[in-house]
Write a protein that binds this ligand. Sequence first.
Ligand SMILES: Cc1cc2nc3c(=O)[nH]c(=O)nc-3n(C[C@H](O)[C@H](O)[C@H](O)COP(=O)(O)O)c2cc1C
Length: 402
Amino acid sequence: MQQAVKVTDTIYWIGGNDRETDLFEGLWALPRGVAYNAYFINDEKRALIDTIKADKLSAYMERLVSIMPEGGAIDYLVVDHMEPDHSGSISILRKFYPNMKIVGNKKTIEMINAFYGITDGMIEVKEGDVLDLGRHKLAFATIPMVHWPESMVAYDSTEKVLFSTDAFGGFCALEGGIFDDELDMSLYEDETLRYFANIVGRYAAPTQKAIAKVRALDPKIICPAHGPIYRSNPRHIVDLYDKWSSHRTDPGLVVVYGSMYGNTKFMTDTIARAAAEAGVRDVVVHDASRSNLSYIVRDIWKYRGLVLGSCTYNTELYPPVAALCRALKNKMMKNRVLGLCGSYSWSKGALAELRVFAEQCCDWRLVEPTIEVKSSPTEVDLKLCRELGRNMAKAVLSKEDE
Ligand SMILES: Cc1cc2nc3c(=O)[nH]c(=O)nc-3n(C[C@H](O)[C@H](O)[C@H](O)COP(=O)(O)O)c2cc1C
């Protein structure tokens, strides 16, 4: 039987790892899996913090019963977030523990009804309300749009433990360790940025508000709904989320191309080489057809510069590049510098669409020259590519664009 893991003497991790789902939300690659964290507080009143994706319930239940007295009851289920990877087992848990009260805010309660048809046995909490479990007192704070409108955190003031739901979460299953001091955090930081950029990033402004609330609490342990539990350095993950959600970037360049026969790729490779020669150490090149969008978006979130290159496809932008532009507009990223190039053979199309994209991203600065090539780049075109690479390097390394 799988065992609960102690977070403190009376708080336990009862989550599960998912290495079977290939695409989170049907979109985002999960080569290293994802963890769904949930917690149990063993006090005079027993409380669960969140449930788990329905097909992972057996792991959750095994861990829970490993520390429950036989036939013991659960008094409360706190629902911090209604996305089904956390709420998916509410109905079955309610059947298992019929007297368990479900604790959520007004929006949570509406959603529980809409998702699971549950209308009774609920306790509505508001900002600042406290649930008394005995020794532990759980205070609730809403963090709307991090990641859904009903998202809230629960803070145990007794042990200074914050249950932070999707805030401070990350991809990657918990590989043996579950705490920040037990894991290779360089891997988890990459996977946490990839999670932030793709799942929470659009809601950067609400994330900033959530961070202000969390800093005021100054928790000793942060227990997110995905990824490691932060107990050795909880401020570090708050600082990282703060950096990412305030659009602070590193001096690097992401180069993304959409190319069928290599001509556009030749242009973007030439730009990347010129940027490297001009001193940009971090240059990341993505083939838009092959890299999962989540990695491209992660790297664009990290670095200051982006070069987009696309061939023309049936009068339009090449479809994987169009999908990326659409995703980037949705993310509302700020404070980036952008270079563009495109190719065509008869009617043009790709570069014009990239220029429209640049105008729509009003917080991005367009770096010249933009380059449009007919079929294959000539020596003159390649010279312009090298010029763009050097100008991107200047913009990326300049302090003014920070
Ligand atoms: C299926 C297909 C559709 C294309 N549609 C257009 C088009 O609508 N307008 C145009 O000017 N060129 C069009 N082209 C030509 C390419 O955009 C052009 O040859 C470009 O240089 C190819 O770049 P690449 O080598 O990076 O794939 C098309 C090419 C293909 C294979």
